[in-house]
Design a protein. Structure first.
Lengths: 131, 77
C-alpha cells in the first residue's frame, strides 16, 4: 500500500479517478496515518493554486518540516471526500500523525503563537527552525 | 446569496448562548466575514473542535448562504 508514496520531502500524490466515497475515506486514512505530516491543498508545494494553500506551504517550508501533500484539484472525489473526512468545509487541511490540526487560519494562528512548533515537537516531528 | 451580520450573531448565540461575538464584514459585500468568538464551551477543546462547534450552528448554510466566515475562537481568559 506504500507504492504511491514518493518518500521525498514535499512529494506530491495525485489521486485516482472514479473512486467510491468509502475508497476515498480509506485512501485518506492511509495517507494521514502513514505520513507524519500530510497536507491536502490546491496545487503543489512548488505551485500552490490558492493563497490559503500557499500560506500553509510557506509556514511548513519556513519550519523545514518534511511533509507529503495531495493536490485536491486533480481529484474531485478527494476534494469532497476530505471535507467529509474532517467535517471541515475548506482546503487546505493539515494533518500531523493522523490528526487534523487545522486549515490556513488555524495553522497561521498556531504558527504565530509558536504553538505549531510546539505541537510538531511534541509529536516527534523534526522542526529546523523555531523562531 | 448573503447573510447579514446580525443573523450570523443570532445563529452563533443559538448554539453558544454565553458567546462574546465580534463580527467584521471584510469586503463590505455581506459575503466575506471574520468573527471572533469567545465562549466557555471552548475550554479544553482544540481549535478545530472550537471552529466545528461554530460551523455546526450554520449547518448546510455554511459555504452556501454564508459564503465565507474566517473564525478566531477561544475560551475566556
Amino acid at each position: 500500500m506504500q507504492d504511491y508514496l514518493t518518500g521525498n520531502a514535499a512529494g506530491t500524490f495525485s489521486g485516482l479517478k472514479g473512486m467510491h466515497m468509502s475508497d476515498i475515506n480509506a485512501l485518506i486514512d492511509e495517507q494521514v496515518k502513514n505520513n507524519d505530516v500530510f497536507l491536502y491543498m490546491k496545487g503543489t508545494p512548488d505551485f500552490p493554486m490558492c493563497g490559503f494553500s500557499g500560506r500553509v506551504v510557506q509556514i511548513l517550508g519556513y519550519l523545514g518540516v518534511d511533509y507529503q501533500s495531495a493536490n485536491v484539484l486533480e481529484n474531485q472525489e478527494l476534494r469532497e471526500g476530505i471535507k467529509a473526512y474532517a467535517n471541515w468545509p475548506t482546503i487546505p487541511q493539515l494533518y500531523v500523525k493522523g490528526e487534523f490540526v487545522g486549515g490556513a487560519d488555524i495553522v497561521t494562528e498556531m504558527f504565530q503563537a509558536g504553538e505549531l512548533q510546539t505541537h510538531l515537537a511534541e509529536k516527534g516531528i523534526a522542526v529546523k527552525q523555531t523562531a | 446569496m448573503a447573510m447579514a451580520a446580525h443573523e450570523i450573531e443570532k445563529r452563533i448565540l443559538a448554539a453558544l448562548p454565553d458567546a462574546k461575538i465580534e463580527i467584521r464584514d471584510l469586503a463590505g459585500d455581506g459575503d466575506h466575514y471574520a468573527a471572533t468568538v469567545i465562549s466557555e464551551a471552548f475550554r479544553g477543546k482544540t481549535r478545530v473542535q472550537q471552529h466545528q462547534m461554530v460551523n455546526a450552528a450554520f449547518g448546510s448554510d455554511m459555504g452556501t448562504v454564508l459564503h465565507s466566515l474566517a473564525l478566531q475562537t477561544k475560551a475566556p481568559d
